[in-house]
Ligand binder design. Structure first.
Ligand code: PLP
Length: 423
């Protein structure tokens, strides 16, 4: 077969973009070469519907071992009692959980997208807001911290079946124990979606949701530094409290309902090449080397927040406990959209993001989100964060000046060349 130079040239262009830019998108990271190798392996050829030892296809003796290793490593990493590593993505993991525990029309209570939540937590444009009846809590305007009072009031008044915590753009710790205590008052389940801070939670740098939340979902590609994918976990298996029955009329333990909601509920064949890459990433995350890395991610985020504050930028909640922060541009006379575009021209990648109580649309926004997971994988330390913020500030102070942007772009190249990628 003739080599597909069209696609491989584009892949090389993307490698070049990643190598020469400053990657600050909070949901991205740089996986190891062995994660890429596993993801690009012959396991992509294999169908394996079902679970290890219980497949609907022959020839699964090898992939069974791969998937079992992924499950065992994930359990060890998070101290989980049960794990399903098959969800193709974070959104798929959340859809499987909702299929397992809810009926169409049931109420769910999630963190408002416009305050930092995720689409799959009840947004009207997503399945979660179309199939279920969404209710929301947000942050307190003055502090930028989760409005636990509103969460409790809404939960007690509306009695949702599921309370969802977790976010895409929230830089602070969560009070999982409090949310569980509210859920217990109304017989609701709690889902913690730890897609963003999963790596920090795995290494004990943030509170552990597993003892408090019935179900935990995560992506595997953000701070966890694995391939793109999702996963569902539980700290302990429990009986389905809503008495939901399987299509055969049986009442089953939650683990069985969740497994069935992944396959055949929402997916077909699992991606065993990606599951192998997840296993490799979990193996890496179990090492002390990863522990040092993820601690540095947090230290770098705190150093970056300090540097932004010193330059007069607002940060929602005033700082960060994890790997990301939401920069508030309302005092800077520039929109998130313009900031993202100008920074991109200087090879600095961020994403525009609404800030809580934003008066601008999601396409314009008054803020942007940054994270330190990717630049820390390149080896940057807290002493480099000042330089990073200086470069951003120079672009934003003069966002339409092409000369400034060109000068910053050259300095970005200089800076990142000291932290080579995939060499
Ligand atoms: N949940 C949260 C909190 C997220 O931030 C994201 C992705 O950004 C997802 C779920 C969805 O993950 P995916 O893009 O893999 O579907």
């Amino acid at each position: 077969m003739k080599r597909d130079t069209q696609i491989f040239d584009l892949i090389n262009q993307e490698l070049d973009r990643q190598e020469h830019g400053l990657e600050l998108i909070a949901s991205e990271n740089f996986v190891s070469k062995q994660v890429i190798e596993a993801a690009g392996s012959v396991l992509t050829n294999k169908y394996a519907e079902g679970l290890p030892g219980k497949r609907y296809y022959g020839g699964c003796q090898v992939v069974d071992q791969v998937e079992t290793l992924a499950i065992e490593r994930a359990k060890e990493l998070f101290g989980a009692a049960w794990v399903n590593v098959q969800p193709h993505s974070g959104a798929q993991a959340n859809s499987a959980v909702m299929l397992a525990v809810l009926q169409p029309g049931d109420k769910i209570l999630g963190f408002d997208l416009s305050h930092g939540g995720h689409l799959t937590h009840g947004s009207p444009v997503n399945f979660s807001g179309k199939l279920y009846q969404p209710l929301f809590y947000g942050v307190v305007k003055e502090t930028g911290l989760i409005d636990y009072k509103k969460l409790e009031e809404t939960a007690l008044a509306e009695k949702p079946k599921l309370i969802i915590c977790g976010a895409s753009a929230y830089s602070r710790e969560w009070d999982y124990a409090f949310i569980r205590s509210v859920a217990d008052k109304i017989g609701a389940l709690v889902l913690a979606d730890i897609s963003h801070p999963a790596g920090l939670i795995a290494k004990g740098l943030l509170a552990d949701p597993l003892p408090h939340c019935h179900i935990v979902t995560t992506t595997t590609h953000k701070t966890l530094r694995g391939p793109r994918g999702g996963m569902i976990m539980m700290g302990q298996d429990f009986e389905n409290p809503f008495g939901l029955k399987t299509p055969k009329g049986e009442t089953k333990m939650m683990s069985a309902l969740l497994d069935a909601a992944v396959f055949p509920g929402t997916q077909g064949g699992p991606l065993e090449h990606i599951i192998a890459a997840k296993a490799v990433a979990f193996g890496e995350a179990l090492t002390d080397e990863y522990g040092t890395y993820i601690k540095q991610v947090q230290t770098n985020a705190q150093a970056m927040a300090k540097a932004f504050l010193e330059k007069g930028y607002g940060i929602i909640s005033g700082g960060t406990d994890n790997h990301l922060m939401l920069i508030d541009l309302r005092n800077k006379n520039i929109t998130g959209k313009l900031a993202e575009n100008a920074l991109e021209k200087a090879d600095i990648t961020v994403n525009k993001n609404m800030v809580p109580f934003d008066d601008k649309s999601p396409f314009v926004t008054s803020g942007f989100r940054v994270g330190t997971a990717a630049i820390t994988s390149r080896g940057m330390k807290e002493s480099d964060m000042q330089a990073v913020v200086d470069l951003i500030d120079r672009v934003l102070a003069d966002a339409e000046n092409e000369e400034t942007i060109a000068a910053v772009r050259a300095e970005v190249r200089d800076l990142v060349s000291k932290f080579p990628l995939y060499k």
